[in-house]
Design a protein around this ligand. Structure first.
Ligand SMILES: Nc1nc2c(c(=O)[nH]1)N[C@H]1C(S)=C(S)[C@@H](COP(=O)(O)OP(=O)(O)OC[C@H]3O[C@@H](n4cnc5c(=O)[nH]c(N)nc54)[C@H](O)[C@@H]3O)O[C@H]1N2
Ligand SMILES: Nc1nc2c(c(=O)[nH]1)N[C@H]1C(S)=C(S)[C@@H](COP(=O)(O)OP(=O)(O)OC[C@H]3O[C@@H](n4cnc5c(=O)[nH]c(N)nc54)[C@H](O)[C@@H]3O)O[C@H]1N2
Ligand code: SF4
Ligand SMILES: [Mo]
Length: 628
């Protein structure tokens, strides 16, 4: 029996316990933190337990104000609100948004409620941080998930980190599995990122394509491999489809013009192609930096792996470096509008039959709205919303717009542990327990499903999301929502091909490496698709903008207002290190102030800002900026 519980913060999945002082966590040995270490964030995780701002009682809106209410009354109000919308406008006027901080069982219950009421409008917001990589993985390999086991990275020869900063964002994963492999001399780390970051220190090679041109760089590497015959012919013949058409298409990409498009030398293309060809085992580590080009970069990375037979063997494959603690599990449990629990397609008849058996009603067949599609429809096609443990009220896209949308709903029910921009618009707020206070399972960034063990009681009248969703579900859909977390876990195991493996093992059914025999596609083969690339244009005199740390700081990190600016560019602009500069969108719609940080750690023509500082620019849709 594993000790302690799982860290409630990030998808690394370290084990920890609450220390004697109640304020700090102590590490417990676990598969993700084999030496029992924690990062600075994890150590502070227990602070939430005694936070005086925790929600401790249900709230309902009366005459414009949120006032305390009994659970009976609050749940009745919530159920009546949602049922009223369904009766008047139909089930597709409801949307269910959850729950990357919640357990697999809670997420399963949430999507079950949506589908039992007749809609596939169920999604989770953390999907957005890996949307394009996940989409490419589904289309090409089958599952939106890391294909390898983190502890197999000690067999890897070449690690390719693209748009990722695991040294900071997944620190214990990095220190447990990446750093040792590189330091032992077994693995080489090559980094592709427009700026240097903390991960760069471990890299033997840092390639900095112009922002927006990573895909072209990687396609040129693939073209080189194809041209030189450095491909795995047996793998291509036996395990893939579409290679011939793909090879024809990349034959048109020549390294010299690709170098001009990307601002990276043709030699760098060759150097990375050589490194890939020389390695027996190649693994990719990709995070939110690959999400900027409609899937072109993740697709090029999957091309590279499939071309060289670097998937389906230990120490090879694609690492989807998930962010929040159960972002992987929320999606696996079915909180996606286009897939059922266990990533079964909506039209999978055997999955549908199992669900109908468990629920008494089959899920709808038509895909629902994604969260991104649902938000603009609030107040129009979407009238009633249930939000579990996320905060759509804060959006990099447009805060005021989202606030207006939330306010225009007929009914909004929110399960959270704190008041937020979203609870401010709610008709009913239901106080939830946090990860350290509840049982269930969560799934790490490499598919490991670990059991939680409650370390404290929820404050006041707060209840687990599982219990709250049970209360709502029984009111709205009857007895299918009875039972405890164990019952839900058994049901999930019965309806999903992925769930129900041994505690602490990876899905599916304890498999460490995905796709050893076949891919999870219709014909069992990995698919090649036509490579796509659209060059982005940076206007004369403007700089390409890179935004880092978009994932925020779990509310614990202060943003930084430094503008990273290349030494040559600074000289040309007459800006010195420490000078205050104004950073504006090209048309001048939005401007932010920043402090120049002059460095060779960013390529010329490109500047970088922390997400907090860049927010107004990002909301204005800026990919290029002017500096004054
Ligand atoms: N402005 C802005 N926008 C962002 C980001 C950002 O940093 N800033 N980051 C982007 C990224 S990478 C991501 S992953 C998403 C994250 O988006 P969200 O999922 O909205 O992220 P959080 O704000 O971490 O958490 C949402 C809420 O969950 C609550 N919560 C925590 N644990 C539990 C629990 O066990 N039960 C319940 N019911 N509630 C719980 C918290 O109190 C918080 O109010 O946002 C994206 N958008
Ligand atoms: N301490 C802490 N850790 C966290 C979180 C947290 O809030 N605090 N949040 C978690 C969450 S929800 C998430 S999603 C993850 C995010 O984890 P990451 O995605 O690793 O986070 P970032 O540092 O935002 O981005 C990584 C890199 O992408 C690069 N990048 C930006 N644009 C491009 C581009 O066009 N091409 C390339 N090649 N690179 C680009 C940036 O320069 C940056 O170095 O972190 C998780 N871990
Ligand atoms: S790396 Fe992630 S899971 Fe591990 S202690 Fe830090 S925040 Fe928690
Ligand atoms: Mo995220």
């Amino acid at each position: 029996m594993a000790e302690g519980t799982v860290c409630p913060l990030c998808a690394v999945g370290c084990r920890l316990d609450v220390g004697d002082d109640g304020d700090r966590a102590v590490g417990r040995t676990g598969p993700a933190n084999p030496d029992g270490s924690l990062c600075a964030k994890g150590i502070r995780a227990p602070r939430v337990l005694d936070d005086p701002d925790r929600l401790t009682t249900p709230l309902v809106r009366e005459d414009g104000d949120l006032v305390p209410a009994s659970w009976e009354r609050a749940l009745d109000r919530a159920a009546d609100g949602l049922q009223g919308v369904r009766a008047e406008y139909g089930a597709d006027a409801l949307a269910f948004l959850g729950a990357p901080h919640c357990t697999n069982e809670e997420n399963y219950r949430l999507q079950k409620l949506a589908r039992a009421l007749g809609t596939n409008n169920v999604d989770n917001r953390a999907r957005a941080c890996h949307e394009e990589a996940a989409g490419a993985l589904i289309e090409r390999f089958g599952y939106p998930a890391t294909t390898f086991a983190a502890d197999d990275l000690d067999d890897t020869d070449l690690l390719l980190a693209v748009g990722a900063n695991p040294a900071v964002q997944q620190p214990v994963f990095f220190d447990s599995f990446v750093r040792p492999a590189v330091n032992r001399g077994d693995a080489t780390l090559v980094q592709v990122d427009p700026r240097e970051n903390e991960t760069t220190r471990l890299a033997s090679h840092h390639v900095a394509p112009r922002p927006g041109s990573d895909a072209r760089f990687l396609q040129a590497v693939c073209a080189r491999l194809v041209e030189r015959g450095d491909v795995d012919r047996d793998f291509l013949d036996e395990r893939t489809t579409g290679y011939e058409a793909y090879a024809d298409a990349v034959a048109d990409i020549d390294p010299v013009s690709a170098a001009a498009e990307t601002g990276v030398s043709a030699d760098a293309v060759d150097a990375v192609a050589d490194a890939v060809a020389d390695a027996d085992r190649v693994a990719v580590l990709a995070a939110t930096g690959v999400e900027n080009d409609g899937g072109a970069t993740p697709n090029a990375l999957l091309d590279l792996l499939a071309l060289t037979g670097n998937v389906g063997r230990p120490g090879t494959g694609f690492g989807l470096l998930r962010g929040l603690n159960n972002e992987q599990g929320a999606t696996d449990a079915g909180c996606r509008p286009d897939g059922l629990p266990g990533h079964a397609p909506l039209d999978d008849e055997s999955a549908r039959a199992r669900l109908a058996d468990a629920w008494g009603v089959a899920p709808p067949r038509e895909p629902g709205l994604t969260e991104k599609e649902a938000l603009p429809a609030f107040g129009e096609d979407v009238r009633g919303v249930l939000v579990v443990g996320e905060n759509p009220g804060v959006s990099k896209r447009d805060e005021a717009e989202v606030a207006e949308r939330l306010a225009s709903l007929d009914t909004l029910v929110v399960l959270d542990v704190f008041e937020s921009e979203t609870t401010a618009h709610a008709d009913v707020v239901l106080p939830a327990a946090v990860g350290l206070e509840k049982p269930g399972t969560v799934t790490s960034l490499d598919r490991r499903v670990q059991r939680l063990s409650p370390r404290a009681d929820p404050p006041g009248d707060a209840r687990s999301d599982h219990a709250i969703l049970g209360g709502l579900g029984r009111r709205l859909a009857g007895d299918a929502f009875a039972g405890d977390v164990e019952d839900t876990a058994r049901e999930l195991a019965a309806v999903s091909d992925l769930h129900g493996g041994p505690d602490g093992e990876r899905w599916p059914q304890g498999e460490d490496t995905l796709y050893t025999e076949s891919f999870a596609t219709a014909d069992g083969r990995a698919r090649f698709v036509e490579p796509s690339f659209e060059a982005s244009r940076i206007p004369e005199g403007a700089f390409a903008l890179v935004v880092a740390s978009r994932a925020g700081g779990f509310g614990m990190e202060a943003g930084d207002d430094r503008l990273r600016l290349n030494t040559e560019d600074a000289a040309e602009l007459g800006v010195a290190d420490g000078d205050r500069v104004a950073v504006s969108t090209v048309d001048g719609d939005a401007t932010v102030d920043a402090v120049a940080h002059v460095t060779d750690g960013i390529r010329a023509g490109t500047v970088a800002l922390h997400a907090d500082a860049a927010d107004p620019l990002v909301r204005a849709g800026a990919t290029a900026v002017r500096i004054d």
